[in-house]
Design a protein around this ligand. Structure first.
Ligand SMILES: Nc1ccn([C@@H]2O[C@H](COP(=O)(O)OP(=O)(O)OP(=O)(O)O)[C@@H](O)[C@H]2O)c(=O)n1
Ligand SMILES: O=C(CO)[C@H](O)[C@H](O)COP(=O)(O)O
Length: 398
C-alpha cells in the first residue's frame, strides 16, 4: 500500500467517508494496449479526473485507488505528477469484485497495509472510469446509505432488456419502465459491504457485477435507489473516450483562474472579480496570489485551467506575465487548445487619464503577437481604479 500526503479541510455532516475506486481492469471492450483508466484525455489520464472529482470534496477522508500490480508504479507517478492528495494505491484482483474487496481490506486487515487507515462509517464505491461524478449525487448516496445501509445511483434504461432462449430466439422481454440501469456511485455502511464481501462465494467474486446485490444477498439490505444524472455513464467503448474529451473541454472552458499580487488594492479587485464570476452560471473561479506560491500555481496549471485573469498595478507587468507563460509551458497543460490570458492593468494614480504610455501598449501588443504563435491568446485591459471606486461609491449613493 502506498500513500500520498495532503491535508484535509474541516468536513461537513457526513464523516467519516472513504472512497474505493476500482481501476484494476484491462479495458478489453475499449481495445488498445493501455487500460482505459490510463488513457490520456486532453493530455491527462482518465483516472486522474475521477480522483480529482473525489479529492475536491472536503468530507471525503481517503481515496483508495485499486490498480493491477503491474500498474502500481504508473498510478504512483500519476498521483505525483498531478499532486493528488489523500490517495492510497492498492493492488487489485482479477475481477472487479476482487479489486473492490482488496480496496475495502485496507481498513481492516493489517496484511494489506503498513498502517491501518481509520475504518469509515460509510464507504463509496465508484468506478475509476466514470469521471463526471458530482458532490450532489455523492452526498445523496452517502445520506441514503446511512439510513438504509446501502444506496446506488440509477438511470432509466435506454434500450429494452430481452432474454433469448437456447435456440437464439426471443424468450421474453422486460417491461422497460419497471427496470433501471444500475450505475455508480454506490455507498454502503462499511460493516455491511465488508461483511457481504467476506461471505461471497468464488462464483460471486468471479462473475458478479453488482455490489448492491451482494449487500442484499448476504446482509439482507435493500439498497435505496437514487436517480442520477446522465453524465454518470461509464467509459466502456472507444467512442466514450471521445465523448469524455468533449465534456472535459466544455468544463474547462467554464473555469477561470484569477491571479493577483499581494498588494491590497489589487487583491481586493481580484476578490471582487472572483465573487462576481462565482455568481455566474457554470463559471468556476479559483483565486491565487502570484507571490511566493509557485507550487500552488503549478498545481492549477497542471489542473488544466485554460483561462486566466492576471491583475496587477505595475506599469511594466510584461516580465511577470512572461513568468506565468514560462510556468504554463513547463506545466503538463497540452497547448493544443488556446489558453486565454487577460492582463488587467489597474491604474491607481490620481491622474484621471490613464498613466500607461503608448510605448507600453506597443510592447504588450508585440508580446501578444508572440504568444499567439504558442496558442496563448493575450488580451490587455486598462482599468482606472480611482474612477471605479468613484463609480461604485456613486452607485451606492443613488
Ligand atoms: N479486475 C478488475 C476489473 C475491473 N476493474 C475496474 O472496474 C471498473 C469498471 O469495470 P469495467 O468497465 O468492466 O472495466 P474493464 O474490466 O477494464 O473493462 P472490460 O470489461 O471492457 O475489460 C473499471 O474502473 C475497472 O478498471 C477493477 O478494478 N479490477
Ligand atoms: O454498473 C455497475 C454496478 O452496477 C458497474 O459499473 C458494472 O457492473 C461494472 O460491470 P462491468 O465490469 O461488467 O462493466
Amino acid at each position: 500500500m502506498e500513500r500520498s500526503s495532503g491535508s484535509r479541510d474541516a468536513g461537513p455532516a457526513v464523516t467519516p467517508v472513504a472512497v474505493v475506486l476500482p481501476a484494476g481492469g484491462s479495458g478489453e471492450r475499449l481495445g488498445g494496449a493501455t487500460p482505459k483508466q490510463f488513457c490520456a484525455v486532453q493530455g491527462r489520464p482518465l483516472v486522474s479526473y475521477t480522483v480529482r472529482a473525489m479529492e475536491r470534496i472536503s468530507w471525503i477522508s481517503n481515496i483508495i485507488v485499486v490498480v493491477s500490480p503491474e500498474n502500481i508504479e504508473t498510478m504512483k507517478s500519476i498521483i505525483e505528477k498531478y499532486g493528488h492528495k489523500r490517495v492510497v494505491t492498492v493492488k487489485g484482483g482479477i475481477t472487479r469484485h476482487r479489486s473492490i474487496f482488496n480496496g475495502l481490506k485496507v481498513f481492516v486487515e493489517n496484511e494489506f497495509s503498513n498502517h491501518l487507515l481509520q475504518k469509515p462509517e460509510v464507504v463509496i464505491i465508484h468506478d475509476a472510469v466514470r469521471p463526471f461524478v458530482e458532490e450532489d449525487i455523492l452526498s445523496k448516496v452517502v445520506m441514503a446509505a446511512k439510513e438504509h445501509g446501502a444506496a446506488g445511483a440509477i438511470r432509466p434504461l435506454v434500450s429494452t432488456v430481452i432474454a433469448s432462449a437456447a435456440d437464439g430466439c426471443l424468450d421474453h422481454s422486460l417491461e422497460r419502465a419497471r427496470y433501471r440501469a444500475s450505475e455508480m456511485p454506490q455507498a454502503f455502511l462499511f460493516d455491511i459491504i465488508y461483511e457481504a464481501y467476506q461471505q461471497c462465494t468464488d462464483y460471486d467474486l468471479d462473475y458478479g457485477t453488482e455490489c448492491l446485490h451482494l449487500a442484499l444477498k448476504y446482509c439482507k439490505t435493500n439498497a435505496k435507489l437514487v436517480e442520477g444524472t446522465a453524465d454518470l455513464w461509464k467509459v466502456t467503448y472507444k467512442r466514450d473516450l471521445y465523448a469524455a474529451e468533449s465534456i472535459i473541454k466544455d468544463n474547462l472552458s467554464q473555469q477561470v483562474c484569477v491571479i493577483t499580487d499581494v498588494k491590497e488594492a489589487v487583491a481586493q479587485i481580484g476578490f471582487r472579480l472572483h465573487e462576481s464570476l462565482k455568481s455566474q452560471v457554470k463559471v468556476e473561479a479559483i483565486s491565487v496570489s502570484l507571490s511566493r506560491n509557485d507550487s500552488h500555481l503549478q498545481n492549477i496549471f497542471s489542473g488544466q485551467c485554460y483561462n486566466f485573469v492576471c491583475i496587477n498595478d505595475k506599469k511594466y507587468a510584461i516580465q511577470e506575465t512572461q513568468q506565468l507563460v514560462d510556468m504554463l509551458e513547463k506545466s503538463n497543460l497540452p497547448l493544443l487548445y488556446p489558453v486565454v490570458l487577460i492582463l488587467m492593468h489597474l491604474d491607481i494614480s490620481e491622474d484621471i487619464s490613464f498613466s500607461i504610455g503608448m510605448e507600453e501598449l506597443t510592447r504588450i501588443k508585440k508580446f501578444a503577437g508572440e504568444m499567439k504563435k504558442k496558442n496563448i491568446l493575450v488580451y490587455g485591459l486598462l482599468v482606472q481604479y480611482k474612477l471605479l471606486q468613484f463609480v461604485a461609491h456613486f452607485r451606492h449613493c443613488v
